[in-house]
Design a protein. Structure first.
Length: 232
């Protein structure tokens, strides 16, 4: 089966699965490809505009939302540029690549006049963001968090000690300009903060997380807040 045919077939399978969704493993078996290939296909479908949802953890999976496209969006030029600037200034943020794809989708449905004004305003904002961490490492961390699977990392601490650890990801946190993976470390049998910039290697295992929750991390840094976007 050619990839284009497989993408169409996966889309139809997701649609038939409805609200219950379907796991990447089941899709892989059905189409006789690897789970990694299925996830690349799902990313391709999402980039093409398919409204795919994912539900992490045991019993989770993927599906299509009821509305498969964006309705007309009403944004001011300044609001549109704010989205562009926020994404451009934070290339190290978790899921930054998908955020950029989401912003492009929003810009594509703006009316031409607003889009033109936004493009003109965007030329007046320069961003000199620090180089992003390894895309391979970031992808592994993002996948482990979304799927709630144990991730194996090679980590060098501030004092220069290098260890290999299995970590159950609990949250990503940004503080003092640095991003951290916070998770339950099997080596230390405790919650630990790992600076993403000091993770030298990362791979997602097949082991599911055991259910450690955000409130186990402790008090968040001053002024820290979730990024759900809801008003306080």
């Amino acid at each position: 089966m050619r990839r284009s045919e497989r993408l169409h077939a996966i889309s139809e399978t997701l649609r038939r699965a409805g609200a219950r969704g379907i796991s990447a493993e089941r899709l892989a078996r059905e189409f006789e490809v690897s789970v990694r290939t299925v996830k690349r296909d799902l990313d391709a479908l999402e980039s093409s505009g398919a409204a795919i949802w994912s539900r992490p953890g045991p019993g989770g999976g993927y599906g299509l939302t009821n509305s498969g496209s964006l309705p007309p969006v009403t944004l001011s030029p300044a609001q549109a540029v704010a989205l562009m600037a926020a994404v451009s200034a934070a290339p190290d943020a978790p899921y930054a690549d998908r955020a950029a794809a989401g912003v492009r989708k929003i810009l594509d449905v703006l009316d031409p006049r607003t889009r033109g004004q936004a493009d003109e305003l965007a030329d007046r904002i320069w961003v000199n963001a620090r180089p992003s961490s390894s895309r391979v490492i970031k992808s592994a961390l993002e996948e482990a968090m979304a799927e709630q699977r144990v991730i194996r990392i090679r980590y060098t601490s501030r004092d220069g000690a290098t260890t290999t650890r299995d970590v159950e990801p609990v949250l990503f946190a940004s503080t003092n300009g640095k991003w951290y993976l916070v998770g339950w470390c099997h080596l230390r049998d405790a919650m630990r903060w790992f600076a993403i910039s000091r993770i030298e290697r990362a791979s997602v295992t097949q082991a599911s997380c055991s259910g450690h929750m955000v409130d186990e991390v402790g008090e968040p840094p001053e002024n820290a807040r979730p990024v759900h976007g809801r008003g306080e």
